[in-house]
Design a protein around this ligand. Sequence first.
Ligand SMILES: [Zn+2]
Length: 307
Amino acid sequence: MLYIARGEELLRYSFSGAHPMNKTRLESFYRALDESGVKYSVFKPVMASLEELRLFHDEDYIKFVQYASWQGYGYLDYGDTPAYPGVFEAASYVVGTTLGLVKLVLREGCRGFNPMGGLHHAMSSKAGGFCVFNDAAVAIKYLLEREGVRAVAYVDIDAHHGDGVYYEFEEDPRVIFFDIHQDGRTLYPGTGFRYEDGRGAGKGKKLNIPLPPGAGDVEFKNAFDEGLAFLEKHDFDFVLLQCGADGIEGDPLTRLEYSPASHRYAATALRKLAAEKCGGRIVAMGGGGYNPENVARAWMEVVLSLA
Ligand SMILES: [Zn+2]
């Protein structure tokens, strides 16, 4: 069974004006989902509690976002991530929804997808790259600290490096991290190099594969197969997939040239791997993607692979 998060609460995570992170992306996906006739169960959005946010985020930062949300203007970082009235609640819904799916999937051994999730640039104490709270990082903390799972596999195919997950868990051997992205020398956030393979106890538990601008499905598949071989060598109890659609050719912010076939390949392979390693437990999170048509096509491939 595949649960897909759906509800107007998720559409509230939307920056105004010409900002690329806006609700037209989700609307485009839900339209495609309805037209496809694919069978799934609706998962109603849930707001994270303060206690849940605190699993990963610093108290001072949570208070800062609450204040900015009440004030309703300005920026949460140096200019990418604006504040607006209600941004705290909107961001808390994204976290609570990913967390709710994780709890459900852990219990039922099913699969889940939060299209608004995957806000992988947020750090424990700061916003970044359109991301206020890091739902993936909160979910990882929850699984490790509250459910006592031994390890979590985090796979990120968004065009941008998942720096908020990588750096915050760089030394943690329980987070098996694999990320394919456009080379940091050519794209925000400028990180995710090959030599970044974990530190301390986390050494060797992370794999970053940067691809040059112009890379397409062939380069993606080669990189993904390397990642699969890396994941095979480790044990984990849960798979999280950040399936950002901004690597699809025609995205306004990046220069990768994948087709949605890359998303199908990744999701299908991970579904198999999860079945083999951890009772099929996998939650996907939408991540980036700023061409609404591409977003719908890429995420539908993920949905069809997981359904
Ligand atoms: Zn991205």
